[in-house]
Design a protein around this ligand. Structure first.
Ligand SMILES: *[C@@H]1O[C@H](CO)[C@@H](O)[C@H](O)[C@H]1NC(C)=O
Ligand SMILES: *[C@@H]1O[C@H](CO)[C@@H](O)[C@H](O)[C@H]1NC(C)=O
Ligand SMILES: *[C@@H]1O[C@H](CO)[C@@H](O)[C@H](O)[C@H]1NC(C)=O
Ligand SMILES: *[C@@H]1O[C@H](CO)[C@@H](O)[C@H](O)[C@H]1NC(C)=O
Ligand SMILES: *[C@@H]1O[C@H](CO)[C@@H](O)[C@H](O)[C@H]1NC(C)=O
Ligand SMILES: *[C@@H]1O[C@H](CO)[C@@H](O)[C@H](O)[C@H]1NC(C)=O
Ligand SMILES: *[C@@H]1O[C@H](CO)[C@@H](O)[C@H](O)[C@H]1NC(C)=O
Ligand SMILES: *[C@@H]1O[C@H](CO)[C@@H](O)[C@H](O)[C@H]1NC(C)=O
Length: 579
């Protein structure tokens, strides 16, 4: 609840009123609200001071959105929140995975306003967009995510060569192999008949061309060199002559393997016993023997190149894990990456934190929130109390041992413990808030009283109030002027006039009485007057001769003539009251 709530509660319980105007303190410039600014369309915030009851409205800064209203009220010289709205950072949607690439959040944990996502492409792919970063702005992502496309090897353009390939279009992506043949059956290739496209988008070797056999001592070779074809003449290699005879013992060019390059120059023919060496592309891991040997025309089994893994930071975040800072995002096959659970998380299945990259596949571990170790039951939200509120934020669930604190609304007095504890699913008894009393000026006036030194219209429970009689009035029952507020109830005292008595000489004469000579005819309230029987008159009730003035009323005694006859009885008159 808030100040307004208080006003409404008091209104409902005791009286109807507007904002308590008796609180006279002014407020300074409205206090700050996180990520918000004052709404200038709703007020002038350049003033020196603001009166009690003024409302300040707030709007959110760019990049933030408002959840609920944000208002403060000037109350007793301070700005008090009267609504629970707040400014939350705008978020963008998950920008999504892209083909042949991955992304990572650079500066934030989530896709919040200002977050930057950086994309990267897998090996063998390149970014075709100019930007690799996108930013979450007020209007969503600053740009479309970039695209990764395969690095393409250039088409083989030599006219003398026929290309045998499973790829229909002339787009050669990394790992693709093409076979080459000379169009003219009399020609021979000046290089291997198989070439493949590397991750860099280049052929593993310069594509071979065809040469004419008919020429003697040398051959004309058309070698592609960029887009120009330059005819050159080269010496025929020595092996060429021996080929016919020793063909059984020699090896053909070694097999091509995906993601690998041959170290050194590739030849057309290898002698038995020749050793060649493969090298896997960067991040690719060799399996088998890197070196193979030509033995009687047959090559040893070649190695294979196993694919690397690329760490996906978004998956890690989603699975509540992370890796050590500064770690490369590439893992070679068989390489182990040590994941860590984010703080307050623990691994769901023990032993899974160490994961191994297996030919491009990585199993990401999952971490879950650390479970409550205690056996004690949790508590549901704490009880609601009348005229009070919980300090701090209310939660759905409280661990056993949690302590929460209440506070009573302004002018309400707390009775009991301000703090209560959740113990094994049960809350301690909450405090109560005792109601204040509100002065009723009509009652006071009607009872001819007023109150001393009042600064507020409210008196808290248990506080003393000192009443006064209005001038010329007096308390009807002594001791009642000091009262105490008890949970909203206040006993009002009553004051009455002092009315004087005026001696009525006619009454005195008629009742055969008199007073002493020279006596004032006025008596104050409570004052006594002594009557006397006139000569030869007597009264049967001598006590009545002393009379008291009570609130303007005086009882007159009666005296009668004593009869001569002894048997005669004195008459007893009735008493009359007069102002
Ligand atoms: C503000 O409080 C009210 C009542 O407690 C609740 O219904 C509402 O959802 C709250 N709004 C926000 C934005 O927290
Ligand atoms: C291809 O890439 C590898 C590794 O990134 C590099 O060593 C090599 O020089 C590159 N070759 C070309 C032709 O760019
Ligand atoms: C957790 O990791 C797995 C891969 O192991 C992934 O498929 C999944 O999307 C991740 N979870 C989240 C929430 O990102
Ligand atoms: C990560 O933690 C959050 C919060 O505890 C949980 O909702 C989510 O299910 C966890 N992710 C996985 C993959 O368990
Ligand atoms: C005097 O006070 C009492 C409460 O103590 C109230 O009930 C009564 O109405 C008051 N008298 C007048 C005339 O207002
Ligand atoms: C207050 O004083 C007036 C005037 O003397 C009187 O009429 C009235 O009865 C007094 N009120 C009470 C509650 O005695
Ligand atoms: C005697 O006094 C009473 C008042 O006590 C008065 O009412 C009465 O009139 C008096 N008698 C005469 C005869 O004056
Ligand atoms: C006063 O005395 C006279 C004369 O004796 C008598 O008549 C009268 O009744 C007396 N007054 C009263 C009120 O008794």
């Amino acid at each position: 609840m808030n100040v307004l709530g208080l006003i409404f509660s008091i209104g409902a319980v005791t009286f109807s009123c507007a904002i308590p105007t008796i609180l006279k303190d002014k407020c300074k410039h409205p206090t700050k609200v996180e990520h918000a600014e004052l709404d200038w369309s709703k007020g002038d915030w350049n003033k020196q001071a603001y009166s009690q009851g003024v409302l300040a409205y707030y709007i959110c800064r760019p990049g933030y959105m408002r959840l609920g209203t944000i208002r403060k009220i000037c109350s007793e010289g301070e700005w008090v929140r009267i609504s629970n709205g707040s400014c939350k950072r705008k978020r963008c949607n998950n920008p999504g995975e892209i083909d042949f690439g991955t992304f990572e959040l650079i500066n934030e944990e989530d896709f919040l306003f200002g977050a930057i996502v950086e994309y990267s492409c897998q090996p063998g792919y390149q970014m075709i967009s100019k930007h690799k970063r996108i930013e979450c702005t007020v209007f969503g992502w600053s740009k479309e995510p970039p695209e990764c496309e395969a690095r393409l090897c250039p088409p083989v353009v030599d006219d003398s060569v026929r290309i045998l390939s499973t790829v229909l279009d002339e787009e050669y992506t990394h790992g693709q192999v093409i076979n080459l043949q000379c169009k003219n059956p009399n020609d021979k290739l000046n290089g291997p008949s198989q070439i493949y496209c590397t991750t860099n988008g280049t052929w593993n070797i310069e594509p071979p061309t065809c040469k004419d056999y008919s020429e003697e001592g040398g051959m004309a070779v058309k070698q592609s060199h960029g887009d120009k074809l330059i005819p050159i003449t080269v010496e025929l290699p020595q092996v060429e002559q021996k080929e016919q005879k020793l063909t059984e013992t020699k090896c053909a060019p070694p097999p091509l393997i995906l993601f690998a390059e041959l170290i050194g120059e590739r030849k057309w023919m290898y002698d038995s016993g020749s050793v060649i060496q493969y090298q896997c592309l960067m991040y690719y891991k060799v399996k088998g023997n890197q070196q193979i040997k030509c033995q009687d025309g047959v090559w040893d089994l070649p190695p294979t190149c196993l694919r690397p893994c690329v760490l996906n930071y978004y998956y890690m975040k989603g699975n509540n894990t992370t890796v050590e800072n500064g770690r490369s995002k590439f893992l070679e096959h068989d390489e182990v990456v040590h994941f860590k659970c984010l703080p307050t998380f623990e691994i769901s299945k023990p032993g899974q934190l160490n994961a191994k990259c297996l030919d491009g596949t990585l199993q990401y571990p999952k971490c879950v929130k650390i479970k409550q170790k205690r056996t004690e039951k949790k508590c549901s939200p704490p009880p609601f109390i009348l005229f009070g509120e919980l300090m701090g934020e209310k939660k759905w669930m409280y661990d056993s041992g949690s302590v929460i604190q209440y506070q009573c609304l302004m002018y309400y007095k707390l009775k009991g413990n301000q703090q209560i504890k959740c113990q094994d699913g049960v809350w301690d008894l909450p405090p109560t808030c005792l109601r204040p009393c509100v002065f009723n000026y009509n009652y006071m006036k009607g009872n001819n009283t007023t109150v001393e030194n009042v600064r507020s219209k409210f008196v808290e429970h248990d506080d003393a109030v000192h009443f006064k009689c209005l001038p010329t009035f007096e308390i009807s029952k002594p001791g009642q002027l000091n009262a105490k507020c008890l949970d909203g109830t206040l006993q009002y005292p009553k004051c009455v006039k002092i009315r004087p008595c005026v001696l009525n000489y006619d009454y005195m004469k008629g009742n055969n009485t008199t007073v002493e000579n020279g006596r004032s005819m006025y008596l104050e309230h409570g004052e006594f007057v002594h009557f006397k029987c006139l000569n030869t008159f007597e009264t049967s009730k001598p006590k009545q001769l002393n009379a008291k003035c009570l609130d303007g009323t005086l009882k007159y005694p009666k005296c009668v003539k004593m009869p001569d006859e002894v048997t005669a009885q004195p008459s007893v008159g009735t008493e009359t009251t007069v102002y």
